[in-house]
Structures are given as structure tokens and as C-alpha cells.
Design a protein around this ligand. Structure first.
Ligand code: ADP
Ligand code: ADP
Length: 226
């Protein structure tokens, strides 16, 4: 099965800017995939469309075979999104921010509390559970968003520039965490503009430039060419 299958994806923003010009992208189940490209290439737009935060202009998107146009609920259930912006309620506590996510997915409060504890522990945030979101460092906020994105146990985790602004120590522990959950079977797609990050983590890579995938290859093959 493919975790993600995108065909002919176009996005023209209001005002006429063409952000995606017929992008094709397939990511297999279990993969750890990097979408690498410079600022403005269309990474966030692509992720926004998959997560139904941005409307596409044309093209098809399937997540584990579910069509974004006709099976949006199934698509949403299978995806966990870690966006770039810290879009949680800064005045809630760390634990509340994660547990409250349950409401969007029909996860029971009891199960939500158990899972919140599990993921906050794994991400080194359990001791911070009673602190308000706004008091956390940037790296902690990023990890909090990962815990929140995992609450409904999606099969595909999508992270937009997950280590932007995160210092090198924390970056490593975040990489280790992501590698571990990928080994447990979660497909991961991340965007980055650091080749090094893609190199450390990913098996396959798509290089995006000016709204198109210009190269789609294994990390090994790419490194062999450089
Ligand atoms: P990346 O994530 O690779 O930096 P984006 O997907 O954010 O790229 O942006 C792709 C292009 O679309 C850029 O030219 C950007 O300026 C433009 N763009 C992004 N969001 C909007 C928007 N809401 N309205 C108009 N143009 C946008
Ligand atoms: P505020 O503006 O005070 O942050 P919001 O209504 O935007 O309040 O968000 C309240 C909570 O709901 C946030 O903590 C956030 O985690 C969650 N939330 C908001 N929008 C979404 C969404 N589209 N998907 C998932 N969670 C969301």
C-alpha cells in the first residue's frame, strides 16, 4: 500500500501565484520520507493540502487509499500533522493541550490521558505536564506538538520543518524519537531545507523546486551522486 499518492497536484493561490504545478508524489507505507527544497518551493502548500488546511486547485490526493475529495474523514483519521506554527492554546497546560486533541477524533478521555502520558514521557515532557504551553522553550513546544499529533495514533505523521529553531542537542533526541516511532510502523514525511537532516533520518527523498518534484530517489543514491 501507499501511505500517500499525489497526482497532478496544482495550487494557484488567490492573486494568481502558482505554488504547485502538477506535482506527483508517492510515499510507501512504512517509509521515512523527506521533502527537501528551498524556501518558497511549495513544501508547506503540499502538506497543507494533504492535511486539508489548504484547498487544492486540481489533482488527486490519496492517503492509505482514501481519497481526499470523497473520504475526508478517513484521510484525517490517518494523518497526524505537526505544522510549523505553534498553534496550540498557549494558556492551557501541556497535558490539556494533548488530551484536548481527543475531542477532534472521538478518542475517549480515559484513553486520551493514557496516551498523553505515554507520549509526553517518551518526548521528555511529562515533568512539564502542569506548565502552561507558553512557558515552554521552542524545542519543547515542538515536542509538545508531536505528542499532540500522535494522540489519535495516526498511521502517517507529517512534520513541517520539525527542527527549525531547535538546538542541536534537542534536534538529536527528536531525530531518535522519530526514528523509533518509524520503526514501530508509523510512516513519516517531513519537510526540511537541510540536506543533513534528511540524510540523518530518511530512506527516500523528494526534491521539490518551484512547485514540482525535480528528483525522487533514495537517500543512498542521492548521496552517491554528490
Ligand atoms: P515552502 O514551504 O517550500 O517554503 P510554500 O508552500 O510556503 O513553500 O510556498 C510556495 C509559494 O506559495 C511561495 O511562493 C509562497 O510565497 C506562496 N504562498 C504560500 N502561501 C500563500 C498564500 N496563503 N497566499 C499566496 N501565496 C502563498
Ligand atoms: P486559541 O485561539 O485560543 O488557540 P483555538 O480555538 O485556535 O484557540 O484552539 C483551541 C485548541 O484547539 C488548541 O489548543 C488547538 O490544539 C486545538 N485546535 C485548534 N484548531 C485545530 C485543528 N484544526 N486541528 C486540531 N486541533 C486544533
Amino acid at each position: 500500500t501507499n501511505a500517500l499518492e499525489i497526482k497532478g497536484l496544482r495550487k494557484i493561490y488567490r492573486g494568481g501565484l502558482v505554488a504547485l504545478k502538477g506535482l506527483d508524489l508517492t510515499v510507501k507505507e512504512g517509509d521515512f520520507y523527506a521533502l527537501l527544497g528551498p524556501n518558497g518551493a511549495g513544501k508547506s502548500t503540499t502538506i497543507g493540502i494533504i492535511s486539508s488546511l489548504v484547498n487544492k486547485t486540481e489533482g488527486s490526493v490519496k492517503v492509505f487509499g482514501y481519497d481526499l475529495d470523497t473520504q475526508i474523514n478517513e484521510v484525517k483519521e490517518h494523518i497526524g500533522l505537526v505544522p510549523q506554527e505553534f498553534n496550540f492554546n498557549q494558556f492551557e497546560t501541556v497535558e490539556q493541550i494533548v488530551v484536548n486533541q481527543a475531542g477532534y477524533y472521538g478518542v475517549s478521555r480515559k484513553l486520551a490521558r493514557e496516551r498523553a502520558e505515554k507520549y509526553l514521557r517518551q518526548l521528555g515532557l511529562w515533568e512539564k505536564r502542569d506548565e502552561r504551553g507558553r512557558t515552554l522553550s521552542g524545542g519543547m513546544k515542538r515536542r509538545l506538538m508531536i505528542a499532540r499529533a500522535l494522540l489519535h495514533e495516526p498511521k502517517l505523521l507529517i512534520l513541517d520543518e520539525p527542527t527549525a529553531g531547535v538546538d542541536i542537542e534537542l534536534r538529536r533526541s527528536m531525530w531518535e524519537f522519530l526514528t523509533r516511532i518509524n520503526k514501530q510502523g508509523i510512516t513519516i514525511i517531513l519537510t526540511t531545507h537541510y540536506l543533513e537532516e534528511a540524510e540523518m533520518l530518511c530512506r527516500n527523498i523528494g526534491i521539490i523546486d518551484k512547485g514540482e518534484i525535480v528528483e525522487n530517489t533514495t537517500m543512498k543514491a542521492l548521496l552517491g551522486k554528490l
